[in-house]
Structures are given as structure tokens and as C-alpha cells.
Design a protein around this ligand. Structure first.
Ligand SMILES: [Zn+2]
Length: 144
């Protein structure tokens, strides 16, 4: 009898003191983005200084999880063994509604390719990949 293959672990983030809050919040199904306490701009990825006003007064701020689609591509090649049985999938750059140009790279799910449109409204979906890793994916926003 052939042995079943061991499940392949996903590539894992390597948080540091600047980015730990982002990953911790995802486990609680919250999307937190670094925000400048001086000028109010959101900053992603987290940095030691605000790129707008150079303040170091930066703290995590929770965002709504609402976004629009900025750009997308269909990934057909698995670049890591974990993705072998997951291609094709849609890689998306989304713009969070909180601020112009506040972009996040994610996966677009629950959307057939022929329904994908730039600027379409999206909402976050938290997917627990492993007990240690929850990721923010996006799907078409439901009408409310
Ligand atoms: Zn600032």
C-alpha cells in the first residue's frame, strides 16, 4: 500500500517587533494596520517611522476589512510545495477603503475569473490556514 503523503506545511511569516501585531490580530480575526498617531495616515507594511510626517508615534489601528480590487493575476505555478494542490488561485492587490493607496496583497476567493473587475468592492474573510496562521483573504462584498 502506498503511504499517504504527509501534509505540506504552508510557508510561514517571520514576524519581527514591527510586524508581530499584524499576525497576532489576524488570529483574533481582526485586520490591524499600522497608523500614525500624529498625522493619521495608515502605513503598510509597518515601518519604524511615518513616511508622511516622520513621526515615530505609530500604533496598530483596526480597519473595516472593506476594500476595492486594485489589481489581480491568476497564479498557475506553485512556487512552494504547499501550493501544488491549490493552483490556480487569484492573487490580488486590494486598496483598503480607509485610505487612498493603502494596499494589501492577498488572495481573491469566491469569485470566478470572468466576474473579476478592477475597483469591485471586496470584504475580508479570515481563513485559518493552520492553528498558528490565519490569513486575510478577500471576496466580493455582499450587498448591505
Ligand atoms: Zn505621520
Amino acid at each position: 500500500m502506498p503511504q499517504p503523503e504527509a501534509a505540506v506545511s504552508p510557508p510561514m511569516p517571520a514576524p519581527d517587533e514591527l510586524t508581530q501585531f499584524f499576525w497576532d490580530a489576524l488570529k483574533e480575526r481582526k485586520l490591524m494596520i499600522q497608523r500614525c498617531q500624529e498625522c493619521g495616515h495608515y502605513i503598510h507594511w509597518p515601518r519604524p517611522l511615518c513616511r508622511f510626517c516622520l513621526s515615530s508615534e505609530l500604533a496598530p489601528g483596526e480597519v473595516s476589512g472593506r476594500a476595492t480590487l486594485y489589481s489581480w493575476t491568476i497564479a498557475t505555478q506553485p512556487f512552494h510545495p504547499y501550493f501544488v494542490d491549490k493552483v490556480p488561485y487569484t492573487l490580488a492587490t486590494v486598496e483598503l477603503v480607509e485610505e487612498k493607496n493603502l494596499k494589501l496583497v492577498s488572495h481573491l476567493i469566491e469569485c470566478p475569473e470572468d466576474e473579476i473587475k478592477v475597483d469591485m468592492p471586496l470584504e475580508v474573510v479570515f481563513q485559518e490556514i493552520t492553528p498558528e496562521l490565519t490569513l486575510p483573504f478577500f471576496k466580493p462584498a455582499t450587498a448591505r
